[in-house]
Design a protein around this ligand. Structure first.
Ligand code: HT7
Ligand code: ZN
Length: 841
């Protein structure tokens, strides 16, 4: 297939002034009548409408029948058939929602009709210029026997909706089902009332309170922090079981994967609660950053996604703990985005071409896109950021904008030239920043060098603007220089600090001020010092993390156990009641096996998954033995007697409790975990205790009890599938996964269930990369099967193979063999085809 290129963008020659849609719903034959009021282009061009898988029943132009045949990607109305000026085009098509397993366009999930139109799903509903820069107001009529009929905008009678805000087709949504609403009312800052509804199936009615609370807090926060009010009379959210991604921000009618809406203490973990809060906020924030101001074309995806992720991260930090949130976000960034940037799928935050746009909803566009905004803010300051955002909303409201528009408001609001900064949008790859220091007689010089590695299609890069936040500590741990942002703009640059009383300890890249890899020779003693004293909480954690990584790398490469200094530092943090429990839990979490493989590869080694696994387990055992004597007291102190609450403080205590329990399990044979599992009154503790048991090779009986208790709850059962694969011993993983695909409750059409199993397979690093290659074969087999039903999810899951180039030759051959086999599959989708091509290089 021919790629779409940013360089080929041309404005649409056609304007759609108004859209009226009428749906007559039936599972096997829904008819869609679309009446488009169109303003013609002066150039006398053909009118091209996108459309896929539609049975055209009739087509009329200003009431006159047209006899035209669509091709397999749309319909062209020749210029000769078009009148001058405005005209009305009415099409009637038939579609088959019950047969739609791809979950794009109009499909059915458990008897409910729902839609997913981003990015290019609307063309599976009707013929239309399905591109984000064509915006129009929509009126919708839905005919069906189902009691709840929803669409975008404000209600205009049973099954009738009118959306006054012009929107691109990707924000269209329709839902019809036998649903029940969990409702509330919100009054905006200017005093307008808004009806809020979360629509779910009857059985889920009592699982909506937390999502509603999150929504109300998000609405208030966006008013207070960004001055953005909601703009319709209603805001509807619908929970759907079969969904390709997390959620979708359709105007006034957000559709959610039910796992990001439904929660109760018994069924959802603290992580689930935090994700629900973040995703509800994210979709709500899109109302301004995405919907009111949308993207000109899909290359500008980071304009809405990077900014909205940045905003949801800010929100979660405000609601919870900024330090903990930042650490979690960086862990995620490194695990997903750095990995992407280091492999064959590396692409710029604003890509320049794609075959299938669904393949570019990536960690780079989302998470690195958010980091780029964080850097921009660090460079222009909080006031500059606020001014630029105000200007952005004022200038581009109602428009489909570009990254150029975005940077221009920052340039105008702050007077700063962002030409060099723009490289962050166009160049892929994670910069490395090499740091050396020199101290002499009260004078410190930091020498910084940036290295921008080549990535696919981008062999050479130029230096970027990198904000490096530094602080200096005295040898006693006093802050002698508070956080200061250095701007690294050249390939090499030196920064000096004078008037120091003694050689300071440098705390660099505070708060992870830029998405880079720091290369700096730091000894264990200095890392331990920073773990104990750094006044920047992120860097305090980072020091512990780096220390653990150094030690673990040594264990892998030469089998040396960590010395007593590490134990002393870990003990000090673990039992320091002055520190947030969530922070202490994060310090106790050792680097993941995938992270270690990435790190060892970057340091020039060929990582051995089995050796990493063994060393990491050994390190856990060393830590467990060292802390064992004090763990029971810590556990007792953390055992909250009261009812479960999902707030950050209580969640942090549970996180530390589960981290301690995991360590204790390695020395008490699982006795404490078994007792904890039996008495657990919430899912965080129940799942946490079960994971502890599975990690030490026990827990079979508890797994059975868990399934007996939760067999009817699909979201909880996803956890059951995941846990036993994620924590299985490497040599058993493929077999266990295969066995679970034979389980009566395994349904490959449900993306959550598919991800629960195969996401866990890919996440069990040593099991996935087991030398026998069985996991590779199993995943490839199932991707081929899934691709025939749901190409989007198959393509996403194929990224498990993207780390092939860091493996040894035998594993490389096996993975490339599987990718080649997938690529050769007859009828392979564009989605999975593009991914395998890119991964094979
Ligand atoms: N903007 C949405 C991205 C999206 C999506 C959502 C569900 C199913 C398929 C999808 N394709 C793209 C979600 C978001 O970023 O908020
Ligand atoms: Zn988004």
């Amino acid at each position: 297939p021919t790629p779409v290129r940013l360089a080929d963008y041309r404005p649409s020659p056609w304007r759609i002034d108004r859209v009226a849609l009428q749906f007559r719903l039936a599972p096997r034959g829904t008819t869609v009548t679309a009446r488009l009021e169109i303003s013609s282009a002066p150039g006398g061009e053909d009118l091209r409408l996108d459309g896929e898988g539609l049975r055209l029943l009739s087509l009329r132009l200003d009431g006159r029948a047209l006899d035209l045949r669509p091709d397999d990607r749309g319909l062209t109305i020749p210029a000769a058939d078009l009148p001058q000026g405005a005209f009305t085009l009415e099409s009637v098509v038939e579609i088959d929602p019950a047969d739609n397993t791809a979950l794009e366009g109009l499909y059915m999930s458990k008897g409910m009709y729902c839609t997913q139109c981003e990015a290019e799903g609307f063309r599976k509903i009707t013929f239309y210029p399905d591109r984000p820069d064509v915006m129009a107001p929509f009126d919708v009529t839905i005919e069906s026997d189902l009691p709840v009929l929803l669409s975008n905008g404000n209600p205009a009678g049973q099954g009738r909706w009118t959306d006054p805000w012009p929107k691109p087709a990707y924000l269209f949504a329709l839902v019809a089902g036998d649903l029940i609403a969990h409702s509330a009312r919100f009054t905006t800052a200017s005093g307008r009332g808004v009806d809020l509804n979360i629509w779910v199936r009857q059985c889920d009615e009592d699982h909506c309170a937390y999502a509603m609370d999150s929504l109300i807090r998000s609405m208030r926060w966006d008013e207070q922090v960004y001055g953005r009010e909601y703009d319709l009379d209603v805001f509807n959210i619908v929970a759907v079981d079969d969904f390709n991604m997390g959620a979708m921000e359709n105007k006034g009618l957000n559709i959610f994967n039910s796992r990001y809406v439904l929660a109760s203490p018994e069924t959802a973990t603290d992580d689930d609660y935090a994700r629900i809060e973040a995703i509800i906020a994210h979709e709500y924030f899109h109302n301004w950053t995405g919907n009111r101001i949308t993207c000109r074309d899909w290359f500008q995806l980071c304009l809405k996604e990077g900014l909205t992720v940045y905003r949801d991260q800010q929100f979660s930090g405000d609601m919870r703990s900024h330090a903990v949130k930042r650490i979690e976000d960086v862990l995620m960034l490194r695990a997903r985005q750095f990995r992407e940037d280091a492999g064959p799928l590396a692409h710029p935050v604003r890509p320049e071409s794609y075959v299938e746009i669904n393949n570019f909803y990536t960690a780079t566009v989302y998470e690195k896109g958010a980091e780029v905004i964080g850097m921009l803010r660090r460079l222009v300051g909080d006031d500059g950021y606020a001014k630029a955002l105000d200007l952005y909303f004022a200038r581009h409201d109602g428009e489909a904008a570009t990254i150029e528009d975005w940077l221009a408001v920052f340039e105008e609001a702050t007077g700063r030239d962002l030409a060099q900064f723009k490289r962050w949008y166009s160049e892929a790859g994670t910069p490395r920043v090499r740091v050396t220091e020199q101290y002499e007689a009260g004078h410190l010089t930091l020498h910084l060098e940036q290295i921008n590695p080549p990535t696919p299609g981008q062999p050479r890069k130029s230096p970027k603007v990198i904000p490096i936040a530094v602080g200096l500590l005295s040898p006693e741990g006093r802050e002698v220089l508070p956080t200061t942002v250095l701007e690294l703009t050249g390939a090499q640059q030196a920064f000096s600090f004078d008037g120091l009383e003694a050689r300071p300890v440098v705390s660099i890249l505070r708060g992870f001020s830029a998405p880079v890899i720091l290369e700096r020779a730091v000894g264990a003693a200095e890392r331990a010092f920073l773990l104990e004293h750094d006044t920047d909480p992120f860097n305090r954690w980072e020091a512990g993390r780096a220390l653990a990584k150094d030690l673990l790398a040594r264990m892998v490469t030469d089998g040396t156990d960590p010395g007593p200094d590490w134990m002393t530092a870990m003990e000090a943090v673990t039992f320091d009641d002055g520190l947030e429990p969530a922070f202490r839990a994060l310090v106790l979490r050792l680097p993941s096996e995938d992270d270690m493989a990435q790190t060892l590869h970057a340091a020039g080694h060929v990582p051995d998954p089995a050796a990493i696994h063994t060393a990491r387990r050994r390190m856990q055992a060393v830590l467990a033995n060292g802390l064992a004597a004090r763990l029971p007291d810590l556990l007792a102190a953390l055992d909250d007697p009261g009812p479960y609450t999902p707030d950050a403080a209580a969640a942090g205590r549970r996180a530390l409790r589960m981290a301690a329990l995991s360590l204790l399990s390695r020395v008490d044979g699982g006795a404490a975990a078994r007792a904890t599992f039996t008495t657990a009154d919430n899912m965080t503790v129940e799942v946490g205790a079960l994971a502890c048991l599975l990690e030490i090779g026990a827990g079979d009986e508890e797994l059975t009890r868990f399934a007996t208790r939760w067999g009817e709850d699909r979201l909880v059962m996803d956890k059951w599938f995941t846990l036993q694969i994620l924590h299985a011993a490497p040599e058993t993983v493929a077999e266990r996964t295969e066995a679970l695909t034979g389980h009566a409750d395994f349904d490959m059409r449900n993306p959550n269930r598919f991800r629960a199993i195969f996401g866990a397979l890919a996440a069990n690093h040593a099991g996935f990369h087991h030398a026998d290659g069985a996991s590779y074969r199993l995943l490839a087999d199932w991707l081929i099967r899934l691709d025939a039903l749901n190409p989007q999810t198959a393509a996403r899951m194929s990224t498990a193979f993207d780390s092939w180039s860091r493996m040894d030759v035998d594993r490389q051959d096996m993975i490339r063999g599987e990718l080649t086999r997938i690529r050769a599959t007859p009828g392979l989708s564009r989605d999975l085809g593009e991914m395998t091509e890119r991964m094979l290089g």
